[in-house]
Design a protein around this ligand. Structure first.
Ligand code: 5AD
Ligand code: SF4
Length: 551
């Protein structure tokens, strides 16, 4: 079997797609490598949301072409949104590409690889139709693409997820679970509704089962994914297989958010889904979700969050611009006033909530006044961070056809830098407000390695949260008579090792553990930390002992 290198560009949705592709292919016997030079199948899971991600993917495809021209026996596959958008044109312009697979067709990838390998082994004239190596939804309408996603082929990828607890341990025991595919919003700058198709919602029972399996495999944090995650809504009894199982379902659109059907007992709303996962998977320590749409985010979701401690106090809710005129041109469907009213409601229900966002600078026609309005929103909302993007016209979007990209790159760059500086000020204040408090941190990685640890006699034990404990020298544990010695080093003392993780509000937190072994063992566990200091982007703290009991 050939060895595969899979590289992912872009968003969390793509990271999840890559994980599912990898699990599926591993179950068929493929090996994966982190080293492209060691692979004979190169797969690029691409993103076309912004130009930068696309340029990176094109440069990788170019390098693969060089290797092929030098005579290497390689198969090159382009997956994801770029494949969907460019279609067979990509095969024409980049002949080194052997196969294309859109984000809604990933279950077909192994067949495409087989077909491409067969085609590569034949002479040009004998080669089968190149369409054997292409799986895209684009040649059908958005509606029928959504329907085919709802038929369940793709669903089987999510459900069959071959979760590998060992790999999860290496990646801090955090997993994504998709609840909705696609997007119905059509923001004018955005390619997602064109590449990922219409909204399709997964049945709640399948989602809960997936969360349960992940928790049983040791996952500490599940992040529910949807482009507009709070629009999740599943109507029961309308999409059922012969066996009685429910299927994914095309979203009802905004009709569903009119009051008269909000309380329909035959539907599961986003708030109800959150409550069910929290209550029915009590062994899952953390549940979060991405990305929220500022409109239609009801108090029902906030109440569920407020009453359920294991739902993270973190909201990623992009505002995109602070100018109502620009928001209208973007077709965002809300005003700045509505966004601010939403933020006020969040902080009323969840005073500890951390809010992050996305902002686009230099959208067509953006004036200094529009930009000032965006700065005013930043000053008004305690954003822990904002991802700031310079507008880039994307092929296939409404904005590229309708509006001239008339803000110069120089102005975009200046506005970008100005917002970064302002966000750093706001981030500093938000992080500083946590100093002196205790937070629970899901440890993700060791950030500073100590020199090779010395082996020493075990004469004390340090206990980490959730029952982990490890033998340590008394001095390193900080509990022995020498721990506070003003006279420098105990002969057995190990160098402290810094670890980094995230709070329930997604605040990055670093703290020291007394040894390399303890630090390694802490990755993927939740630890209580007292915050001593802060910066614009992180908290610094010390481990609290004994650790808290997780509620
Ligand atoms: N130009 C710049 N930024 C964009 N985004 C989406 N499309 C574009 C574009 N054409 C940003 C938005 C979105 C994030 C995922 O990417 O801020 O929230
Ligand atoms: Fe793109 Fe708007 Fe949908 Fe987000 S809500 S994925 S920005 S169209």
């Amino acid at each position: 079997m050939r060895t595969v290198y899979l590289e992912t560009f872009g968003c969390q949705m793509n990271e999840l797609d890559s994980e599912l592709v990898r699990g599926h292919m591993e179950s068929l016997g493929y090996d994966f490598t982190e080293d492209p030079a060691a692979a004979s199948i190169l797969l690029y899971n691409t993103c076309s949301v912004r130009e930068q991600a696309e340029n990176k993917a094109f440069s990788r495809i170019g390098l693969a072409g060089v290797r092929k021209r030098e005579g290497e026996d390689l198969l090159v596959g382009v997956l994801g949104c770029m494949a969907e958008r460019d279609g067979v044109d990509m095969l024409r312009r980049h002949p080194q590409v052997d196969l294309l697979c859109g984000p809604g067709e990933l279950d077909k990838l192994p067949v495409l690889i087989d077909n491409a390998a067969r085609a590569a082994s034949l002479d040009g004239s004998a080669r089968p139709d190149p369409m054997d190596r292409v799986a895209l939804a684009g040649n059908t309408s958005r509606r029928s693409a959504a329907l085919s996603a709802a038929e369940g082929d793709l669903e089987s990828l999510d459900l069959a997820r071959a979760f590998d607890p060992e790999r999860a341990a290496g990646r801090s025991r955090s997993a994504y679970v998709r609840i909705t595919r696609g997007c119905n919003k059509f923001c004018t700058y955005c390619v997602v509704p064109h590449t990922r198709g219409a909204e399709v919602h997964r049945p709640p029972d399948g989602i809960i089962e997936e969360c349960r399996r992940l928790a049983a495999a040791g996952v500490q944090e599940v992040t529910l994914l949807g482009q507009t995650v709070n629009h999740y809504r599943y109507t029961h009894g309308v999409a059922v297989t012969i066996g009685g199982d429910e299927r994914p379902q095309v979203g009802p659109g905004l009709r569903a958010f009119r009051n008269e059907i909000l309380d329909d007992p035959g539907t599961t709303t986003f708030a109800q889904l959150l409550a069910r996962i929290h209550d029915e998977v009590p062994e899952l320590p953390r549940l979060r979700f991405l990305t929220s749409y500022p409109r239609d985010f009801g108090d029902d979701v906030l109440s569920v969050m407020a009453s359920r401690p294991r739902i993270c106090r973190y909201l990623h809710v992009p505002v995109q611009s602070g100018s109502n005129r620009i928001l209208k041109l973007m077709n965002r469907g809300y005003t700045v006033e509505e966004y601010l009213e939403f933020v006020d409601r969040v902080l009323e229900h969840l005073p500890d909530a951390c809010i992050a966002g996305d902002i686009i600078v230099g959208f067509p026609t953006e004036t200094d006044e529009d930009f000032d309005a965006t700065k005013a929103v930043l000053r008004r909302v305690p954003f822990k961070n904002n991802f700031i993007f310079k507008y880039s016209p994307r092929p296939g979007t409404v904005a590229i056809d309708r509006f001239e990209d008339d803000v110069t790159d120089e102005v975009k760059r200046a506005r970008n830098n100005e917002l970064l500086a302002l966000q750093a000020e706001i981030g500093t204040a938000v992080h500083a407000s946590w100093v002196g408090r205790e937070v629970d941190v899901l440890v993700e990685r060791i950030t500073k390695k100590s020199p090779t640890p010395r082996v020493s006699a075990v004469d004390a034990r340090v206990t980490l949260g959730r029952g982990l404990s490890i033998g340590l020298p008394a001095s390193a544990a900080g509990s022995g008579p020498d721990a506070d010695s003003p006279h420098g080093e105990h002969p057995d003392k190990e160098t402290p090792v810094q670890v980094s993780g995230r709070t329930s509000g997604d605040l990055i937190t670093v703290f020291d553990l007394p040894s390399q072994a303890l630090a390694s063992q802490s990755v993927g566990t939740i630890q209580r930390v007292r915050v001593e200091d802060s910066g614009p982007l992180l908290l610094r703290g010390t481990l609290v002992s004994p650790p808290p009991v997780q509620s």
